[in-house]
Ligand binder design. Sequence first.
Ligand code: ADP
Length: 207
Amino acid sequence: YKTDYISLDQVPVWKHSGTTSAKPFYKANDELNQKISLFRGDITKLEIDAIANAANKTLLGGGGVDGAIHRGAGPLLRKECSTLGGCETGEAKITGAYCLPAKHVIHTVGPIAHGSVGETERQALRDCYNNCLHTATKNQLRTVAFPCISTGVYGYPPEQAVEVALKTVREYLEDNSAQLDRVIFCVFLKSDENLYNSQLPAYFPKD
Ligand code: ADP
């Protein structure tokens, strides 16, 4: 038993801070708003049904969040991943989580952007979020956390990635909210926390 595990009760539902300049893109829906969290910290500590991994196409481990997930899960994760035949950009594959507190890891491969984004990259990042959510619901997993896919080494501008992440999750929840209890945006950097706090009210407005 590890005392630094973070259970769902320790991850509050995201709340509007009050004032915002963001114009809402969607109708207020409190039921959906109750399913969103913004958590700043290490995704490997979350004791939830599934954490998404920003992996590379080999699925055999890498740096950043992928490295942290493989270090935390232990060598059996790499062993299972080695049977999967890799993963294409935008796709998602599920594994066990081994020594991590989460039940599953959903590996997805974000687009490589190197600072500039076109429709191909945007669509691939949408596919990542949609395919992870679809994989979760298909496996009856009700709580899912996402890192900021592609915004590290893969160079997707964070201020553009946040819009894709929030829009895709909002629209997925519109259609599938009964199957999910919580989607956690797990940010690591203070700058990403600020971006999410400024953009969340546009996608999850209150009355
Ligand atoms: P990519 O190759 O898809 O760009 P990276 O792992 O390089 O993936 O970066 C994706 C995001 O994950 C970045 O915002 C980075 O700060 C963040 N990150 C790194 N380690 C962790 C961690 N342990 N938990 C959550 N997020 C993390």
